[in-house]
Design a protein around this ligand. Structure first.
Ligand code: F0G
Length: 475
């Protein structure tokens, strides 16, 4: 692969390198190569910085000045506005499509549903990104790195959002061709339509996400295609900025809890890394606790962390429970199964990095049923801009943690809403539908039996008087 050309830009690249997260190995590599795992020991890699040589502001509020430079597309980006905290690329090589213009909303209606005091629940709407999910935060970083290496093709396996994001960056920048792997029938139409419309080469394999993930790694390696799944450490650098924007919206005050859905565990891993670095740099004086929420039909992290006591343990992760559980799933043909299709994943590739984040942020893991997810989703929709099912797992999880007393009513909680409402309208329409058959067919098979927060359409004859009467009755 081509090496990075040094430019005379204000941000130097020689501050960045890659390092294996396994402390026993800790092998380092330059940034002019993308390894999906450490060539020496097979562990995941981090992008690491020599902070003494970087130009990090002395306080986080200095980043507010970047907003006044927003005529520069780099500073307009909600990711690259924080370039100094991910300085692996010179500024003039950055790729951006204006990602990261997202919002933190104080949501008092949802706060009541969760059981928190008014004013204490905030929703971070990552669905406001160009492709409609948080993935754009990471994709701009991965595509930037791919382009630095001269890549002409980039690939991913996806439950739909990563692929939509990659496809968008490829179509909007025309820098490379997107090759995406998806499982059969495992992707919502909203997300599939994006990949097709943006012109990605879409490979639908007979299998689920976990199968597609294995295959794309083999194919990318054999054909030398740049891989953008979250095993790519450069992608996770971009996702750190979700937490920076949360802090910015809270006027740089650290909340008590960050609650996030867990699938392949890239987001939670990157959040942990963000807080580790901010603490190390002295830019924050305490870290929030992290709650990662699995769907109960795809609950590997919950099983391993909460039931089998698996811990990061200073990097000395006990592989036995992981192997035993994976063997158990293989023997019994257990496949991930949840209507929150974005997190329908049983073999999360970032498991170890996520354990590190859980340890650093004194984290917990919970699982929520599809019923709990849909009820929480209806509350989010009624109280704000809405989200897709997987995203609502965060709110459903916060409610459980509140009920258990792990989260106190006075705690300040941020739930990350990872994807846009319109990504996956099927479950939403079925939940609110008056058509019992549609409800049963779409949701009943997933154990969803009631729609306590449904907002059903009213049927009226096409007569002016009847329409007026109905409106006066209901609104
Ligand atoms: N929420 C949404 C909307 C997602 O699309 C995903 C992951 C997650 C949560 C979980 O995030 O993997 O970082 O733990 N979607 C991936 C995809 C797997 O292919 O789009 P994670």
């Amino acid at each position: 692969m081509a090496s990075i050309t040094q430019t005379d830009s204000s941000i130097r690249t020689d501050v960045a390198f890659q390092r294996c997260i396994n402390p026993v190995c800790a092998a380092t590599y330059d940034t002019d190569v993308m390894h999906a795992s450490c060539p020496r020991c097979g562990s995941l890699l981090d992008v690491t910085y020599d902070w003494d040589r970087a130009h990090v502001p002395s306080k986080l509020s200095d980043f507010e000045a970047m907003w006044s430079q927003r005529t520069n597309p780099v500073r307009f980006s909600g990711v690259w506005r924080f370039h100094e905290l991910l300085p692996f690329v010179p500024q003039d090589q950055i790729v951006t499509v204006g990602e990261g213009q997202t919002l933190l909303q104080q949501a008092d209606g949802v706060s009541k549903f969760v059981g928190l005091n008014a004013g204490n629940l905030h929703l971070q709407y990552e669905g406001m990104n160009p492709s409609g999910s948080f993935k754009d935060n990471g994709m701009c970083a991965a595509v930037t790195h791919a382009n630095m290496l001269g890549a002409k093709r980039a690939a991913c396996a996806s439950t739909g959002n990563t692929s939509a994001s990659l496809a968008l960056y490829c179509s909007a920048t025309r820098l490379m061709k997107a090759v995406i792997f998806i499982g059969s029938g495992k992707i919502s139409y909203g997300k599939l339509s994006q990949a097709l419309d943006y012109g990605a080469l879409t490979v639908q394999i007979a299998g689920d996400f976990d199968d597609a993930m294995l295959r794309v790694r083999e194919v990318a390696e054999q054909l030398g295609i740049y891989l953008v799944n979250s095993v790519n450490p450069f992608r996770l650098e971009g996702q750190k900025t979700i937490m920076l924007r949360v802090l910015e919206a809270l006027r740089w005050e650290v909340p008590d809890w960050i609650v996030v859905p867990g699938g392949n565990l890239g987001n939670s891993s990157s959040f942990g890394k963000a807080f580790m670095e901010l603490k190390e740099l002295g830019l924050i004086d305490r870290v929030p606790r992290l709650a990662i929420i699995n769907a109960s039909g795809a609950d590997t992290l919950y099983e391993l962390h909460e039931r089998r006591g698996l811990r990061w343990n200073g990097g000395n992760v006990n592989m036995d429970p992981i192997r035993e559980y994976m063997d158990h799933m293989d023997r019994h043909g257990i496949k991930a199964d949840t209507l929150a299709s974005a997190i329908e994943i049983n073999r999360p590739v970032n498991l170890k990095k996520c354990l590190r984040a859980l340890e650093f942020c004194d984290g917990v893991v919970r699982q929520v049923s599809d019923q709990e997810i849909l009820d929480a989703k209806a509350q989010v929709g009624a109280g704000g801009f809405g989200c897709e099912p997987a995203s609502a797992a965060s709110v459903a999880g916060a409610k459980i943690l509140r009920r258990e007393g792990v989260i106190a009513p006075s705690d300040r909680v941020v739930c990350v809403l990872t994807g846009h409402e319109l990504k996956d309208p099927t479950a939403t329409v079925a939940y609110h539908s008056t058509d019992q058959e549609l409800f049963n067919k779409t949701l009943g098979s997933r154990g969803v039996t009631k729609a306590s927060y449904a907002n059903k359409a009213i049927s009226v004859p096409n007569e002016l008087d009847d329409i007026i009467k109905a409106i006066q009755l209901y609104a």
